[in-house]
Design a binder for this molecule. Structure first.
Ligand code: ATP
Ligand code: MG
Length: 442
């Protein structure tokens, strides 16, 4: 992409409304634009990052054997009357009437609808286990939308729903998502800690919130410092291995970890003082086993191997991609701007032409740009006629991992400079060597 053709409205000043660094940086770099309270447009730079986040989420869901579908955002009130949640949900639910005066709603979540899909087709235990998910917009009329897309009213959610014959099967389904979540967040450069969460009236201990530690987090959290060093399940994780996944679950729940709602001061005090972490955190995912709550109310049953009807056991599993983007920025930035982890950076690198219009600089930039592109390295070419200083500042601000600096003096020797955004290290080398290095380390 040529910067001269790329719609990236960078702001010179810090927007006053932004209270936290990620919100400030997302506005400054032109990633998002607020349309009304808690409702955002994802501009091209932001959309690139969001797509990368979604791709990782999707890959890791698919790895577990989950099936992607896409349900509508608008739902009929009838389904919610069946489960009893239409009246229970309260003001967070946006209620709408269509032209026939039929009550509809903008879905805050999809348990009812997925249960309806399931019961329409699945009649036998042979179709189980089943996990259906989508990545879809939700609307919750939050009382206090804030921090940009961190807590918005319209937001993207990956919500997955599992169906099993019995509790045992449902626990395995839960452990699959548990391991997939550890991998998902880790691939984005985040360490998310599963913390016990409230299961409400259903009871049991099968609900975890995945929390990343951040000063600006909205939740107060308490955990053992061992979590910072636990191994993440590898790419070779076998999601059909019941005992293997249970082992991962056991390990990652073997130490104290709770948000303030579930905090047990006495239990926390049993952790050695030097091992206690009390911090603030951001909830980026939430997994939940709820048994037969919806399947019972909505009649989702299958014939079991015993020839009898069984009400299926369900779980639901959420991740917030539009919250993850600012959460990653909270975890990875410096005074000059964002520092994207490679895996979700909007571009693989930026080529900075220090003197656009200079024949040698222009030619070298074009060569780099086309050769990198051909090798699958997605570069942003700063071909504008801004001052070099302004270009360096924007490159730091948008935070792509590597800057390829082409200036008249070095290109006279056939050389360019590579700057690592994170460490600030610079290296001068021939154009050929730079190409080889960039392509090899992409
Ligand atoms: P919170 O406690 O932050 O209000 P929640 O517990 O209501 O969230 P869930 O219903 O568990 O949220 O939703 C699953 C995921 O969706 C959350 O872990 C979060 O990543 C994301 N999410 C929920 N609400 C919002 C929001 N208002 N804005 C952005 N993302 C959200
Ligand atoms: Mg939650």
């Amino acid at each position: 992409m040529r910067l001269s053709r790329f719609f990236m409205p960078i702001l010179k000043e810090n927007p006053k409304e932004a209270e936290i660094v990620s919100h400030r940086l997302m506005l400054r770099t032109g990633m998002i634009r607020q349309q009304s309270s808690g409702i955002y447009t994802w501009l091209p730079l932001g959309k690139r990052v969001l797509d990368k986040v979604n791709a990782i989420v999707r890959e890791e869901q698919n790895r577990t054997g989950a099936n992607e579908l896409l349900m509508p955002t608008l739902q009929s009130a009838e389904l919610w009357q069946e489960s009893g949640r239409y009246d229970a949900y309260g003001k967070e639910m946006l209620r709408i009437k269509d032209r026939q005066d039929r009550p509809m709603l903008y879905g805050p979540t999809n348990e009812e609808m997925i249960t309806d899909v399931f019961r329409s087709y699945v009649k036998s235990y042979r179709s189980l286990p089943l996990n259906l998910y989508h990545i879809q917009l939700k609307f919750r009329d939050e009382i206090r939308p804030r921090f940009g897309t961190m807590r918005s009213r319209e937001f993207l959610m990956k919500d997955a729903y599992s169906f099993d014959l019995d509790r045992e099967g449902a626990e395995h389904a839960y452990n699959k998502m548990f391991a997939a979540y550890l991998r998902t967040f880790s691939r984005m450069g985040l360490r998310a800690i599963p913390m016990r969460a409230d299961t409400g009236p259903i009871g049991g201990n099968l609900s975890h919130e995945f929390i990343i530690l951040a000063e600006t987090g909205e939740s107060e959290v308490f955990c053992h410092k061992d979590f910072l060093g636990f191994d993440i399940p590898g790419e070779d994780t076998n999601f059909d291995d019941v005992a293997g996944l249970k082992k991962i679950f056991d390990k990652w729940t073997s130490r104290y970890a709770a948000t303030s709602e579930m905090h047990d001061e006495a239990a926390f005090n049993e952790v050695a003082e030097g091992d206690r972490v009390s911090a603030r955190g951001i909830e980026v995912g939430h997994i939940f086993y709820f048994g037969t709550k919806y399947s019972e109310a909505m009649g989702a049953k299958v014939l079991g191997p015993d020839g009898k009807e069984h009400t299926v056991h369900m779980g639901s599993y959420g991740i917030g991609p539009t919250r993850l983007v600012p959460a990653i920025i909270e975890a990875s930035h410096d005074d000059n701007g964002i520092i994207w982890p490679k895996s979700i950076s909007p571009f693989d690198g930026v080529i900075i032409n220090m003197k656009a219009g200079d024949a040698a600089c222009d030619a070298a930039c074009e060569t780099l740009y086309s050769k990198l592109g051909a090798a699958g390295f997605d570069a942003l070419l700063d071909d504008t006629d801004d001052r070099a200083g302004a270009k360096f500042a924007s490159a730091d601000l948008i935070g792509v991992p590597v800057q390829i600096i082409v200036g008249p003096r070095s290109i006279a020797n056939g050389e360019v400079e590579l700057k690592d955004r994170k460490t600030g290290e610079r290296e001068t080398m021939s154009v050929e060597a730079a190409l080889n290095k960039l392509i090899a380390t992409k």
